[in-house]
Unconditional design. Structure first.
Length: 212
């Protein structure tokens, strides 16, 4: 994946993680999703048009998973569409992302990148559970996992690649960051949900965020 694109995927995951946690207005987040979605759609088009081998096309094709996700999020948030369609799309993406993870490890002999893809597969799976299956109690956990992966799988790796130092990153380091992210997700998911508001309180409007 383009290092510049990966860096900005970190930015949009950061915004969308905050969206899950109710800290960002959905329409405001939607605008930024369109920016990054456009970037992550233009980049693979350029890479594929200049590709000279099937493996180069294969590597670039995975970027569309991100680009179309963020365009879907952006349009859905701005228009106020139901998020279930995005949730089911996320299930398909999770399966394909797992395939890219295996391809990077087995075919390209790039285990660190493969582990990044497998983490994204887990993240998209969580989006499917929350948005399509409606498991609302995992919304906060999904938000925190998104925030963590914004840095551990995108922002930091993207910056390291820009510095030309990705070859020095070990599989163990990536695996350790993935483990810590899953521990944090499990810890938040295991928390008891907040008690329901009493009849005398004035509950705020609750909206299921559209995020990926």
């Amino acid at each position: 994946m383009s290092s510049v694109g990966l860096l900005f995927v970190g930015a949009v995951l950061f915004v969308n993680g905050l969206l899950f946690l109710g800290k960002v207005d959905p329409k405001s987040a939607g605008v930024f999703n369109l920016f990054v979605g456009g970037l992550q759609t233009a980049i693979p088009f350029w890479l594929i048009s200049h590709a000279t081998t099937p493996d180069q096309i294969l590597s670039a094709a995975g970027i569309f998973l991100f680009g179309f996700t963020y365009l879907y999020v952006g349009i859905g948030n701005l228009k106020g569409y139901d998020a279930s369609g995005l949730g089911w799309y996320s299930l398909w993406v999770a399966v394909v992302a797992a395939g890219f993870g295996v391809v990077n490890i087995v075919r390209f002999d790039d285990t660190p990148s493969g582990l990044l893809w497998l983490q994204w597969s887990v993240l998209w799976s969580v989006f499917w559970v929350v948005l399509a299956l409606g498991v609302a109690r995992l919304t906060a956990a999904a938000g925190w996992l998104t925030l963590i992966q914004a840095f551990t799988t995108c922002t930091v790796p993207g910056f390291v690649i820009l510095l030309g130092e990705w070859d020095r990153v070990t599989s163990g380091e990536v695996a350790a960051s993935a483990f810590l992210g899953l521990v944090a997700f499990a810890a938040v998911a295991a928390r008891k949900p907040a008690p329901a508001p009493t009849a005398t309180s004035a509950p705020a409007e609750v909206r299921v965020p559209v995020s990926a």
